[in-house]
Design a binder for this molecule. Structure first.
Ligand code: NI
Length: 155
């Protein structure tokens, strides 16, 4: 288990476009394990490669603490509906803002063995999938927020 340093807003690495993963390697498996460890340690529900300085198209998500997903080379296939709610990011610690996103998403991605699968989600899972996929293109939720960035204490 290894906790990696989470890059924060203002770090150029968060604005880079990530490269596709061509093959699974022992090194990348270790990075993905570290990403889960780092996400759980920070009480997050998702983490993307660039947040730990890895410019590869890989994200980890677990919105309920029971259903971990690794999405490698994710591609959003469909979205539907709309949800408006509070969103945060481990790279913007202690803050949140209102973001409107589709309420449903279907994504295809490769798993840890590089097998393609599809995942559908609504509500928080849909929000997390879209938020993490945005990270792979250098997009942060602060780019999409409505209204001010709020301190988490000021609920
Ligand atoms: Ni984030």
């Amino acid at each position: 288990m290894a906790i990696r340093n989470i890059r924060e807003l203002g770090d150029e690495v968060l604005r880079k476009h990530c490269k596709p993963v061509k093959e699974m390697t022992p090194r990348l498996r270790g990075i993905i394990e570290d990403m889960f460890d780092t996400m759980y340690d920070a009480y997050g529900v998702g983490l993307a490669g660039p947040q730990v300085g890895i410019l590869k198209r890989v994200v980890v998500i677990d919105v309920d603490g029971e259903h971990p997903f690794v999405l490698i080379n994710p591609e959003i296939l469909e979205t539907d509906g709309s949800q408006t709610g509070s969103e945060g990011c481990l790279s913007v610690p202690g803050k949140h803002a209102v973001v409107t996103r589709p309420n449903y998403v279907k994504v295809k991605a490769q798993d840890i063995d590089m097998n393609w699968f599809e995942l559908e989600g609504t509500e928080l899972l849909a929000r997390a999938i879209q938020h993490e996929c945005d990270h792979l293109d250098g997009i942060l939720y602060v780019d999409k927020k409505e209204g001010p960035l709020l301190d988490n204490e000021e609920e």
